[in-house]
Design a binder for this molecule. Structure first.
Ligand SMILES: C[S@@+](CC[C@H](N)C(=O)[O-])C[C@H]1O[C@@H](n2cnc3c(N)ncnc32)[C@H](O)[C@@H]1O
Length: 380
């Protein structure tokens, strides 16, 4: 995780260049990247923009030295060179040279070295008063969407949920947050960023958990050497398969907030998912008594007294925020029906609490297709 101010030059052009770099390093489709490059050059692929791409994007990708970065860079170079040539822009000699190098037979077997991994930098842009700040999360994922039972890819719902968490940080700050079907771990990294008091990432697939742990290490949130850290992990990764997890295990996590992105899609899993949700969202005894006795102030950031904070935390009923792309209406209605039967209320809050658009360069991300549901228990 790193934060960066926007690139130099005039602010508008600096922001366009920052979007161009973000799109390249997030491995966005070549058409989007070349279109950003053209915009940054005021409508043409100038030598200045080509030089920017070479210095800030291509050299970074070359340092990754793996098959997918090579393939991606080769594709962008091809598109960039052909677009520049066809619109009469001269092409930097260095770009031709690098491209020639990329299309020559590979001497080393890069795919053996790094498998089918993609290394993407997901950059969140927001304003900090004095300009645009760029918060970058490096993520290792797979180029095969079915790998790790789909958990090794970044899905649009997790981008949406990340934007939501960054837009409403007080909902998560100082809270124990648990994610179901956490995939690559992006949402957990964001929860840590907004100062959740504890983050528990769970998934039912073991290879997904392995990749998730690698991402936490890349983002310095987990050290593989537990002797050095004394066994303390900032973000925990847990194997939690909805079908087999015991009631005792599930309730032992005792979260304030449950999150999930793109986990409502398999009709066979739905009864198990609803069981897990209803156990995690069960009102606490202290919540029920505090409905009458509590001071009513929600726990939030900036609370100094940990004891007071803990008592406030426990006086609030747990809630879940689930982001979903509804691909099959029947499956989603089946989820809602099961949730109702388990005394869970699911409210669509997409319009009521819209997240800020923090990924403006990501043309491949269809945020309009994502809905956000708040789920809570109707039991008292
Ligand atoms: C479509 S992926 C979404 C991953 C991530 N949340 C995202 O949005 O990028 C679904 C995730 O749910 C996990 N999952 C699916 N069925 C599960 C089950 N029965 N128990 C636990 N996890 C499950 C998968 O391993 C995978 O990581």
């Amino acid at each position: 995780m790193e934060e960066a101010q926007e690139e130099g030059g005039n602010p508008a052009q600096a922001l366009e260049l920052a979007y161009l770099k973000a799109a390249f390093l997030a491995m966005e489709p070549a058409d989007f990247v070349v279109s950003f490059a053209r915009q940054s050059g005021g409508g043409s692929l100038t030598e200045g923009v080509q030089n920017f791409i070479m210095e800030n994007c291509i050299k970074y990708m070359m340092s990754k030295n793996c098959a997918s970065s090579r393939g991606y860079t080769k594709n962008i170079l091809k598109k960039l060179i052909s677009s520049a040539e066809s619109s009469g822009n001269s092409v930097l000699e260095d770009l031709y040279e690098i491209y020639a190098n990329y299309i020559s037979p590979i001497k080393e077997d890069f795919s053996l070295k790094h498998g089918t991994r993609n290394f993407k930098n997901i950059s969140f842009f927001y304003s900090n008063g004095s300009g645009s700040v760029n918060f970058v999360v490096p993520i290792q994922c797979s180029s095969n969407i079915l790998e790790g039972d789909t958990g090794c890819s970044i899905w649009p719902s997790s981008l949406f949920l990340s934007e939501f968490i960054l837009s409403y940080p007080n909902l998560f700050c100082n809270k124990v947050c648990l994610e179901l079907g956490a995939g690559v771990g992006l949402v957990g990294i964001i929860l840590n960023k907004v100062k959740a008091s504890k983050v528990i990432l769970t998934d039912g697939d073991l290879s997904t958990l392995e990749n998730m742990q690698a991402n936490l290490e890349i983002n310095h949130l987990r050290n593989s050497n537990e002797v050095i850290t004394g066994g303390i992990e900032v973000v925990e990764c847990k194997h939690l398969l909805w079908e087999v997890a015991s009631e005792m295990e599930i309730t032992s996590y005792d979260p304030d907030i449950v999150v999930g992105a793109d986990i409502i899609y398999d009709p066979l899993c739905l009864p198990h998912l609803v069981r897990v949700l209803s156990l995690l969202l069960k009102p606490r005894r202290s919540h029920i008594s505090n409905l009458h006795e509590g001071d009513g102030t929600p726990a939030g950031c900036g609370e100094e007294d940990p004891v007071r904070n803990e008592s406030r935390r426990r006086s609030e009923a747990p809630a879940a925020y689930i982001a979903v792309v509804i691909r099959n209406v029947e499956t989603f209605h089946c989820f809602l029906e099961l949730a109702r039967g388990a005394h869970l209320a699911a409210v669509d809050i997409t319009e009521e609490m819209p997240p800020s658009q923090l990924l403006p360069y990501m043309g491949s991300y269809d945020r309009a297709g994502v809905r956000l549901y708040q789920i809570s228990s109707t039991r008292s």
